[in-house]
Design a protein. Sequence first.
Length: 347
Amino acid sequence: MHRRRRLLGRAMLLALTLLALPAAAQGKKPPASAYVPAPADQIPGYSAKAMPCEINQELIPPRVTCEGDLLEDKSLRELAILRNTIFARYGWSGFRKAWLLEHFQKQPWFKPNPNFSYKLLSDADRKNVHFIAVREQSFTERELRLMQDTLYARAGKVFNDVYEWELKDGTKVRSCEEPKQPLTEEGCTGSQCEGTESRDCQFRQEKWYRPDPKFSEDKLSAEARIELGLISRALGSFASDTGKLEKGSQASLDRILSVQELRQLSLRDLRLLRNTLYARRGRPFKSKILQAHFKAMSWYHEDAAYTDARLTENDKRNIALIRSVEDEFGGPLKDEDWLIDPATDAA
């Protein structure tokens, strides 16, 4: 009887000892601790509540308006950071754009979450992502070109497009203002006189403008180069966010793109870029998002008679490359995903 009691006591002691051991020591995997996002008030630009915004779907492209102009004066780069801050708050760290990843890694509140899920976002988060994404897509061609020119002007670029005037005696004068001397019937003879504003004359009115005859792209800041890459792709050309800026607008898509370049883009970027190649040849689109985007571009001329036979060999090669990268990262976005951002491609 005493022996039986001793054995029973040892068994109970062993059981208590095992219970006191950490789960790992018992050969069991410890439960994953729940990810706790940083407090909303510690994250610049983040709103825990749905922003007071409305979307006008009747405009082309659709336009979002917010109380207090919350989104109105922000650049494409700033909007991208603002939108992706919502994902980063919950630990998303899979940004393919190096500059975005670097930005969030520098934030004191940011901590990667290996178990990140899009389901972590609140209803207010989802609404705000949608508002910001609509704003990113709402810039007109005129607005984008002004943004582009302003970035160059801030770095001192001279555009050499001052108006040219022909005087009565045949002398030609370059000036932003009409000369007081008598003019010929043609008067202003430069191409800018036919409705296009002179960028040189426009920026000379800004106190911050310092024309630099020795301007080069090397004088552009890293932030400006990122913004110019975003603008270039929105306008229907190609430029990476950090690489060399290519001359010309659509001419940049005449070369063969590299997989390395394409892997730095988000699924939204890739879909727009792939369809830009079709749009350049006049292809009509069923997608409302693509229709709204391309119809806002002066270079797009929809042609009901379009066929893929219009595509060049380079077009076909680039389309295949872009599609392969899309497939590599989960497949092309659909309209329903475009303004929501699946968790695997928040950039």
